[in-house]
Design a protein around this ligand. Structure first.
Ligand code: IMP
Length: 178
């Protein structure tokens, strides 16, 4: 049994579809203002390992938009809370260079073990309007092959997503140790 430390229900549902046996722990941890998702996960792992006795997993994700040099990146949660999807669409008015990527970094450890880290990435583009009602966060404005992530079922998103990439890599690693 693994504790997934997150306050995000959408993330938890996606992760549970991959791992099955997961328990959500909404205990929070400091997301230090650092430059990379990897650093957020490294610091976060230290903190949750000190506070939870058991197998723990955390995940940090962000959206990186090409034409603004990777913004909002590690600031994705703050930007989602403040200007939101409509703010991102406004920021991109008048540009046809709409390439973007989602990145996910997952950390996992058991007591007495150094954390392991796995990454996933999904390339796509920022649409011209929000579409769909599924998923969470930036899903309605992030398109892959003409379809927004919010228009996909959980299974469809989990076939291609950044989070599925990092978490399936962790799952494989766990299975390879058996
Ligand atoms: P964090 O990993 O919880 O820090 O997420 C950063 C921000 O990106 C939050 O505002 C999330 O809502 C958003 N986000 C993370 N993963 C996804 C995703 O799969 N789809 C859409 N938005 C996401």
């Amino acid at each position: 049994m693994i504790y997934f430390v997150t306050s995000n229900k959408g993330k938890f549902v996606e992760a549970q579809a991959i791992f099955g046996d997961l328990v959500q722990k909404n205990i929070g941890y400091n997301e230090l203002q650092v430059d990379t998702l990897e650093e957020v996960v490294d610091f976060g792992m230290e903190e949750v390992m000190a506070r939870l006795k058991g197998s723990v997993m955390i995940e940090d994700a962000g959206m990186f938009i090409d034409c603004v040099k990777g913004f909002p990146g590690v600031y994705s949660a703050y930007v989602q809370k403040t200007i939101g999807n409509s703010g991102i669409l406004r920021l991109m008015e008048g540009t046809d260079n709409r390439g973007a990527a989602f990145k996910s970094v997952v950390g996992y450890a058991e007591p007495g073990m150094e954390p392991v880290v796995f990454k996933g990435e999904l390339k796509g583009d920022i649409g011209f309007e929000p579409r769909g009602t599924g998923g969470f966060g930036y899903d309605p404005i992030f398109y892959v092959n003409g379809k927004s992530l919010a228009e996909m079922s959980l299974e469809e998103k989990n076939r291609i997503s950044h989070r599925a990439g990092s978490m399936k890599a962790l799952k494989q690693w766990l299975e390879s140790r058996r």
